[in-house]
Each structure stands twice: as C-alpha cells, then as structure tokens.
Design a protein around this ligand. Structure first.
Ligand code: SF4
Ligand code: F3S
Ligand code: FES
Length: 248
C-alpha cells in the first residue's frame, strides 16, 4: 500500500540554498531515488540529481540521507517509518553544483596523482604470474564503484578543507595499498603514501569502512597494512642505516 511520505530536500548551489519540504507518494518496494524521481516528475522538474544504473553499481547517486552518507538507489524506503521526515542533502565534503549534485573532481585529481602500475621490465602483459591469494587481495579493492562516500565521510577532509591538498582520501590510499601489495608492482609506494598521499593524517577512525556500499574493509585491509609498512621501514635498523648512509 502506498502512503504520503514527508521529504525534506536541499535545493540550491554553492552560493546558497536551503531545505524544502515536500509531501510525496511512496509505494511499496521503492528506494529513495524512486521518490526523488517522482518529485521531479510531479513537483520539481528542475531538481538536480545524478544517477545512472539504479543498481548500486555506477557510484553516481551518492548523497546524505538523514545525515548519513548513502547511495540513493540502494536505500529502501522501508527502513524509514511512514511518518518520518526523510531529509536528503548533497555530499558535504564536495562543492555543490546544484541541489543534490556535487563537484567530485577532487577525487579525479587525487586519482591522477598516483603513479600507474609498474610491472618488471621484460615481462609482457599476458606473461604476468601471481598467486591466487594476491589476486583475491586486490579483487576486494577492485570492487570499488567510486561512489566517493568514503572520501566524503572521512573527517580529515570533511571538517578540514585545507587538508584536501595533501590527503588522497581513503579511496585512493586504498589504491596505493592495492598497488603496493601487488607482487609485480616495482614502484616504491610506501614512502609516497606517507609523503605525497597523506597516509599519516588517517587516524583509523574507520568511518570510511562503515559507509562503503561494497563492504570493502578499507581500514583493516588497506590503510592499516600500509601504516604497518611505513612503521616497519622507519624502525627497521638496517633500513634506517641505509637511509642515513645513502641520503648524505
Ligand atoms: Fe565507494 Fe567503497 Fe569505493 Fe569508497 S571504497 S569509493 S565507499 S565503493
Ligand atoms: Fe579517514 Fe578512514 Fe582513516 S575515515 S581517518 S581514512 S580510517
Ligand atoms: Fe548507480 Fe545509484 S544510480 S549507484
């Protein structure tokens, strides 16, 4: 049975805006994105929302629902009480273009800062051989749909715009970890993670892991192992001596 739902949606741009209230039909089995589409069709034809697959796979429909970062297409209306007001706002960490659509170019900039996979010289694609355990490790990371909810949530940039320059965010620190753990990658990612991608700013709050719609264990399987590699290198006396001798 359908019912009249109460929605509060943020409208505006970077220059300003506010929450607008709507009463809108909700039907059984619907997700929040269905209701946003009904609003567009019946009351607010100019409401901006980004989406593509409606199946939790394209990563386009990221927003915040009742203050929690979530995918609009994967949040069922049945998780809310019928008399509850559902508040939908754009991701807070990125500049708003219009309404629910944010400018996520920060993320693409960070992606470009990570040097590409560097295989050993003389081994052609197709000749790469690796253990199944290594394949599985990187497969977890490659489930990422680039929704950027993790980067949106991490307090290092959510509350500190000034950190954006030096912090790649959990999504791209995970990419650095994926490459570092790849048995055929020959680039040295450990020092770079710390000095160029801001690994040291992560204090393991795990909020990124909590919001990941793909349930990737970002903190436990990518960030903490990277931090351990940084610590091993720093405190290994042989490496320390090597650094001393060769740096001078
Ligand atoms: Fe989204 Fe998870 Fe990928 Fe982060 S790691 S961008 S939360 S899918
Ligand atoms: Fe941020 Fe995740 Fe670290 S939320 S502080 S990157 S554990
Ligand atoms: Fe593709 Fe929601 S529309 S993830």
């Amino acid at each position: 049975m359908g019912y009249q739902g109460h929605f509060r949606v943020w409208r505006g741009s970077d220059e300003g805006g506010g929450l607008e209230d709507f009463t809108v039909e909700v039907n059984e089995g619907e997700v929040v994105l269905d209701v946003i589409h009904r609003l567009q069709a019946t009351q607010t034809p100019d409401l901006a929302v980004r989406w593509n697959c409606k199946a939790g796979k394209c990563g386009s429909c990221s927003a915040e629902i009742n203050g929690k970062p979530r995918l609009l297409c994967m949040t069922r209306m049945s998780v809310f009480a019928e008399d509850e007001t559902v508040t939908v706002t754009p991701m807070r960490t990125f500049p708003v273009i219009r309404d629910l659509v944010t400018d996520v170019s920060y993320n693409y900039k960070k992606a470009r800062e990570i040097p590409a996979f560097k295989p050993p010289a003389g081994v052609a694609p197709g000749e790469y051989r690796m253990q199944q355990v290594d394949v599985e490790r990187s497969q977890e990371f490659r489930k990422c749909i680039e929704c950027f909810l993790c980067n949106n949530t991490c307090h290092v940039i959510r509350d500190h715009e000034e950190n954006k320059e030096s912090f790649a965010g959990p999504r791209f620190l995970m990419r650095v970890a994926e490459l570092e753990m790849h048995p055929l990658d020959e680039a040295d990612r450990v020092q770079e993670a710390q000095s160029s991608h801001g690994l040291g700013l992560c204090n393991i709050t795990k909020c990124c892991t909590e919001v990941c719609p793909e349930h990737i264990k970002i903190t436990d399987n990518a960030l903490i192992p990277m931090k351990e590699r940084v610590a091993d290198r720093r405190y290994d006396p042989i490496v320390w001596l090597g650094n001393k001798l060769f740096r001078n």
